[in-house]
Design a protein around this ligand. Structure first.
Ligand code: SAH
Ligand code: MG
Length: 196
């Protein structure tokens, strides 16, 4: 991976107000990845490719990341960025809506990173669980959504998002097959592992 390019990609994304993963959230995920060295990662929500590029660093030999993005401008930029960062051979970009693309995927993944439309998190969870390897792990970013999720304030326009994020937390914490932690890093990070 080309670190100089990664730095420039991050700076431009921040300038353009692309909601890329926050540094403290990334640090937590990277720690887990460096211990586990996944062979296959699935990301839902590529934006301009920043987090996917970061994750390539932790892939096992010959490993790949599949990532999904529906915004055409961001897709175009992500493609350029994967080349610039010299990771294009490790990343497969699926172009379109994850709600349509996920049901067409049938591979197994060691790690799933959910970072897209908050109103769809329960659906993304269902699809992630379907494709998760036995020792797999699911991360969900923005799970506390600026604190709305844990507050009783329920009148803003983000109501649907908040309801679905709460549903995600409920499902992952009540599922007897999962061990879930909710961390207050960045905008909130849920980490769920399949129990042995
Ligand atoms: N993971 C990226 C940031 C993703 S931001 C990083 O940290 O660098 C969330 C992205 O998800 C946006 O670019 C948005 O266009 C995309 N997105 C939201 N809902 C989606 C959906 N249903 N299908 C595909 N992409 C989606
Ligand atoms: Mg995010």
């Amino acid at each position: 991976m080309n670190r100089e390019e990664l730095k420039l990609i991050k700076e431009k994304a921040l300038e353009d107000h692309i909601p890329i993963i926050m540094d403290d959230t990334l640090e937590v995920i990277e720690k887990t990845l460096s211990n586990n060295k996944p062979k296959r990662i699935l990301e839902i929500g590529a934006a301009v490719g920043y987090s996917a590029i970061c994750f390539t660093e932790y892939l096992a030999e010959g490993g790949t990341i599949e990532t999904i993005e529906r915004d055409e401008e961001r897709i175009a930029e992500a493609k350029v960025n994967f080349k610039r960062a010299e990771v294009a051979d490790k990343v497969i970009l699926h172009e379109g809506d994850a709600v349509e693309i996920l049901p067409t995927l049938n591979s197994k993944f060691d790690m799933v990173f959910i970072d897209a439309a908050k109103g769809k998190y329960p659906f993304f969870l269902k699809e992630a669980l379907r494709m998760l390897n036995d020792d797999g792990i699911i991360f969900a970013d923005n799970i506390l959504y600026k604190g709305y999720v844990m507050s009783d304030y329920n009148k803003h326009k983000q109501r649907t998002a908040v309801r679905n994020l709460r549903e995600y937390i409920k499902e992952t914490t009540e599922n007897p097959n999962l061990e879930t932690e909710i961390l207050e890093v960045g905008d909130g990070l849920a980490i769920s592992r399949l129990k042995k």
